[in-house]
Design a binder for this molecule. Structure first.
Ligand code: TYM
Length: 342
């Protein structure tokens, strides 16, 4: 049987990149699951705190994140939906795995390197590392490996930016097998067709929650007006006609990709042809109309869930925690036995 695991950081309502790159695929996998398959989707609050969080805001973001997962169609009867910190085995396995994780490998991870800044000298880096860079951020990938391995996941549906973390996870798993025992299956990276959705303000960077420019991303809860305004400001070019050319026309091509992915199409050239004779304004209008239509159902469902009592969401999180604990405990027993801890 398959074990599907994936996670999302509770940094507010997910954006279109999260949705097209990962969340929509989670829902598809849930629909296609065979009897005996296990699916786990985690709100990774322990990862979120690698950056300082305001406690009240974190609580609110976790609630919004859970409501979002339910609103896209994840069903607590079919999937285990839980908060990472409510399943202690994640942190426990992380410590064990960190004893076998190489500092060299971790320091080459792009996410870490991007935090350090390009072109810094060793010395500046040393000083900076001493003050602002935290151990938790450095060991972030070890916790992610633990998330996946503690449930012995076989498949991990993510966007492309997580590929390196998954390679690291497989490395850790085979390292454990070589030293002790073959406890963990090697998890496969499952990418969706929309593996990398770009910022609509700067098509050379991915759409991201941490971009200071809020018009660079579409949130799943954006109102039709907000969606229209953001696409109006989307960066394109001055060619005037619509063609698909990722290299020469990254802005226009990103809009075509978004439009196509929303409709589960991946023949971008053919889609571009349908825009023949359209100017940029018309393209943007049609892309916004499509996104508004496809997200309408989500927003309604999200609002319904957010209007439920606290008890409603808490009960779902508690049930998820209980099932996640059961799923993780069996692995921990095997790991501890293999290592001589018990
Ligand atoms: P996070 O919270 O940044 O993103 C959640 C998911 O959304 C995908 N994604 C994108 N896909 C396409 N285009 C984009 N612009 C885009 N932006 C985000 C991400 O690839 C991800 O799949 N480290 C992870 C969370 C995590 C995790 C795990 C994932 C923790 N433990 C174990 C899988 C398995 C993260 O920060 O995702």
């Amino acid at each position: 049987p398959r074990v599907v695991f994936s996670g999302i950081q509770p940094t507010g309502v997910p954006h279109l990149g999260n949705y097209l790159g990962a969340l929509r695929n989670w829902e598809t996998l849930q629909t296609e699951a065979a009897p005996g398959d296990k699916l786990l989707f985690s709100i990774v609050d322990l990862h979120a705190i690698t950056i300082r969080q305001d406690p009240e805001q974190l609580r609110r973001h976790k609630r919004e994140c859970l409501a979002s997962l339910l609103a896209i169609g994840l069903d607590p009867k079919k999937s285990i939906i839980f908060e990472q910190s409510s399943c202690r085995q994640h942190a426990e396995l992380m410590w064990i795995l960190s004893c076998g994780a190489s500092m060299g490998y971790l320091s080459r991870m792009t996410q870490w390197k991007s935090k350090i800044g390009v072109g810094e000298t060793e010395d500046a880096l040393g000083k900076k590392a001493g003050k602002t860079l935290k151990l938790g951020l450095f060991s972030y990938p070890v916790l992610q490996a633990a998330d996946i391995l503690v449930h012995r996941a076989t498949e991990v549906p993510v966007g492309e930016d997580q590929s390196q973390h998954l390679e690291f996870t497989r490395e850790i798993a085979s390292g454990f097998a070589a030293l002790y025992k073959d406890v963990f299956p090697l998890p496969k990276t499952v990418l969706s067709p929309a593996k990398r959705v770009m910022s609509i303000r700067n098509p050379s960077v991915k759409m991201s929650k941490s971009d200071p420019d809020a018009t660079s991303r579409i949130l799943l809860t954006d109102t039709p007006e907000e969606i229209q305004n953001k696409f109006k400001k989307a960066v394109t070019d001055s060619l005037g006609t619509v063609t698909y050319d990722l290299k020469e026309r990254p802005g226009v091509s990103n809009l075509i990709q978004i439009y196509s992915h929303m409709q589960r199409r991946d023949d971008f050239e053919a889609v571009a042809k349908e825009f023949e004779g359209c100017n940029m304004t018309q393209l943007k209008t049609r892309v916004s109309e499509c996104v508004i239509e496809k997200l309408g159902g989500f927003r309604k469902e999200y609002e319904r869930i957010m209007n439920e009592s606290d008890g409603y969401l808490n009960a779902i999180a508690e049930e998820g925690a209980k099932k996640a604990n059961e799923s993780a405990e069996g692995t921990m027993l095997q790991v501890k036995k293999a290592m001589g801890l018990i």
